[in-house]
Ligand binder design. Structure first.
Ligand SMILES: [Zn+2]
Ligand SMILES: [Zn+2]
Length: 335
């Protein structure tokens, strides 16, 4: 079977031995397609993974071999995520599933950018779902990324009608905004790239260029009775994004940190203190968040259509390059 492996600054297609179920529980699936996640880009660019690693975790796939207590059978088209919490450790008991050791250690094998993948029984039981016919492969590939957004939205604990600013309108920022809209919040967006601002606006998310921060914060004030927004969701990894948050947030508001920034940056202590701000992080979804994401996509309550650019596995290097250079919005790799 063909896999896409990381080697230094390149993604190389390698032929490896077919994955087989042998006597294990779980399933072997034929990957139909896999979304390219921002976290894959970070791992690739910052060389966090070793040579030979197979990235990708946003898979849509067909079961070709199975030995499971679940109702899944050969021929089923499913969507699955990659990590599963133990539900028992101190992190899990406090709802911080993505901090769980088991969560971090579990994965799909060898990775989503592969013609075939092994899913354990735990995957099938907790994070896999049957894909209904009314939904396209590309749309349902947003199951895991939207799940991350749903976790962040639920974690923030806003009230209906609250105003939210999404800083950064890349693919994750846009689906975050779509998710927030589905939960009934008043959503604004900002970015520095005009194409992204226009795309978000065309989808009903009132969006602005934040290059002139004073001007932009005045716009936000004019929309919020001079108060600022109830929450800022930080999907941009730029240092400057922190200034945008501080300038536009309401006193007592919440800043939801959803991306890494360069190590030098941080949140100003006195702003947090005097404005009684809450700064909280949100990383990766629980099985329940994923189920909510699945339902929102299938019911079309969250619009994830027309966001992907499709590449063949052989062309995956271009998908990475075009994503890094912001030429495209979100890559979907077809096997
Ligand atoms: Zn992802
Ligand atoms: Zn745990």
């Amino acid at each position: 079977m063909k896999t896409a492996q990381v080697y230094g600054n390149n993604i190389v297609i390698k032929d490896v031995e077919d994955i087989k179920l042998n006597n294990r529980k779980g399933a072997v699936v034929k990957v139909i397609g896999c979304g390219l996640c921002g976290s894959d880009i970070v791992k690739f660019k910052h060389k966090i993974v070793h040579d030979g690693a197979v990235l990708g975790h946003e898979i849509v796939a067909e079961i070709i071999e199975i030995n499971s207590e679940t109702d899944f059978k050969v021929g089923d088209k499913i969507v699955s995520s990659h990590h599963i919490p133990c539900f028992e450790c101190t992190y899990c008991r406090h709802g911080n599933y993505s901090m769980c050791k088991h969560f971090k250690e579990t994965n799909i094998v060898p990775g989503g950018f592969s013609e075939k993948v092994y899913l354990s029984e735990e995957h099938l039981k907790n994070v896999a779902h049957l894909v209904p016919k009314n939904i396209s492969d590309e749309e349902i590939s947003f199951y895991e990324p939207l799940g991350c957004c749903i976790r962040a939205i639920k974690r923030c604990g806003l009230s209906t009608g609250d105003s939210v600013l999404v800083v950064g309108l890349g693919s994750i920022g846009l689906i975050m905004a779509e998710g927030l809209k589905a939960y009934g919040y008043k959503v604004y967006g900002c970015d520095l790239i005009e194409d992204r601002i226009n795309l978000a606006s065309s989808r009903g998310i009132e969006s602005f260029n934040s290059i002139n921060l004073d001007e932009f914060s005045e716009i936000i004030k004019s929309k919020t009775e001079s108060l600022g927004v109830d929450a800022v969701f930080m999907t941009s990894g730029a240092d400057k994004a922190i200034d945008v948050a501080i300038k536009t947030i309401k006193m007592g508001g919440k800043i939801l940190v959803f991306s890494s920034t360069p190590l030098s940056s941080g949140y100003p202590n006195n702003e947090i203190y005097y404005k009684e701000l809450t700064v909280m992080g949100s990383y990766s979804p629980s099985p329940k968040d994923l189920k909510d994401s699945f339902d929102l996509i299938v019911s079309k309550k969250v619009n994830v259509s027309n966001l992907t650019t499709v590449y063949n596995l052989n062309d995956i290097q271009h998908a990475f390059d075009d994503t890094v250079s912001n030429k495209i919005f979100k890559a979907y790799i077809k096997m």
